[in-house]
Design a protein around this ligand. Structure first.
Ligand code: 3EB
Length: 350
């Protein structure tokens, strides 16, 4: 059976000249290394201004292809496409459209309103469950109105969850949040009709339960999400860093941070393999993106990663990570054929 969902990776030139037959099948795309607010045909496209640290291409575009017929639309500045199972949407917010008011920053308001618009759209279209969210914003560690911008983003995100009656435990998703070199706040989401299986990492405190020292409102995401599609299981591992419990480990030591991060990814994989029957996922099966704060750290990060993931595909980009003492963050994904299911509503053994 052909997989429902496939991610292909092209350089920007190839992606800009996509054959019509692929364009028709594209749910949406995320372009890393794309300098401005370029568009990619009519599909939802998240342009992310982050320098690539390796390879010939100036920019690389992940295009998500569907095996089903697609419908498209645009509402409240959100571009979206969907098939019978999954919806891909991209929201782009210019902070200048939101004035700072009563000490509430423009970024916080943009985040709150943007997420609320997104939740409204997902509810209207009947794809209420977030599977994977990609958050990118400029100057993520910068301080504004007395609070770091990532922390302002967290306040706005949590307010939107509350305003839209989304109980956090049930509606978290796999996610990442990183600092781009410039550009607007952009949020890309993959959402579905069915709830994902949300996974946590036994080595880490749930992000939602981080103590106050990391900001007045905690981030909302799970460590991974596993989703069922026809004939296919898709695993998304969230942006993962050198955090044990809730603390940053190995400040100043990028090699040790990379090792700790990979130990966290391995622990999340163990969780996936524990709760979902099937051929186990292993580290070399995954497709990775590593966000490196300082370009000069690339060789050290690459050495540690290659030692543990072998020949797996890894894309290295320069980005700011959401805590100023974190030097690296790694995300990953994998797809595998679905286990045979006995009947449609099958209950899976945990
Ligand atoms: C961490 O573990 C690192 O705010 O959506 C990773 C993944 C991180 C997602 C988010 C933040 C987010 O806290 C940072």
């Amino acid at each position: 059976m052909m997989p429902s969902l496939t991610c292909i990776q092209l350089d920007l030139d190839q992606a800009s000249n996509l054959p019509a037959e692929l364009e028709r099948r594209a749910l949406g795309a995320i372009g890393v290394g794309v300098p401005g607010d370029e568009v990619l045909g009519a599909m939802p496209f998240q342009a992310v201004a982050m320098p690539l640290l390796e390879g010939q291409a100036r920019a690389v575009v992940d295009i998500w292809l569907s095996a089903e017929a697609l419908r498209s639309g645009e509402q409240d500045g959100i571009r979206f496409r969907f098939d019978d199972h999954v919806l891909f949407a991209v929201l782009t917010l210019d902070e200048r459209d939101f004035a700072e008011k009563d000490g509430v920053s423009a970024l916080q308001q943009a985040t709150r309103h943007g997420y609320a618009r997104l939740f409204r759209l997902l509810d209207q279209l009947g794809y209420p469950y977030l599977w994977r969210v990609w958050n990118y914003l400029a100057d993520i560690n910068g301080e504004q109105d007395g609070l770091e911008r990532y922390r302002q983003f967290n306040v706005g995100r949590q307010q939107a969850y509350e305003a839209c009656d989304r109980a956090v435990q049930g509606f978290a998703s796999a996610a990442c949040a990183l600092g781009a070199a410039k550009g607007p706040l952009t949020v890309a989401v993959m959402a579905g009709k069915a709830a994902p299986l949300l996974l946590e990492n036994p080595r880490q405190v749930r992000a939602y339960e981080y103590p106050l020292e990391y900001g007045p409102r905690s981030p909302i995401f799970s460590r991974a999400a596993l989703v069922n599609l026809p004939g296919q299981e898709q695993l998304f591992i969230s942006g993962t860093a050198s955090i044990v419990g809730h603390r940053t480990m190995h400040p100043g030591d990028v090699a040790a941070q990379t090792r700790e991060t990979l130990a966290n990814i391995a622990a999340v994989l163990d969780e996936a393999n524990r709760v979902a029957p099937g051929v186990p996922f292993t580290l070399p099966d995954l497709n990775y993106r590593a966000y490196v704060r300082h370009a000069a750290d690339l060789p050290a990060v690459r050495t540690e990663i290659q030692q543990r993931v072998g020949t797996a595909q890894v894309q290295y980009v320069q980005a700011d990570v959401c805590r100023s003492d974190l030097l690296v963050e790694i995300e990953a994904m994998a797809s595998r054929p679905a286990e045979m299911q006995s009947d449609s509503g099958s209950v899976r053994a945990a």
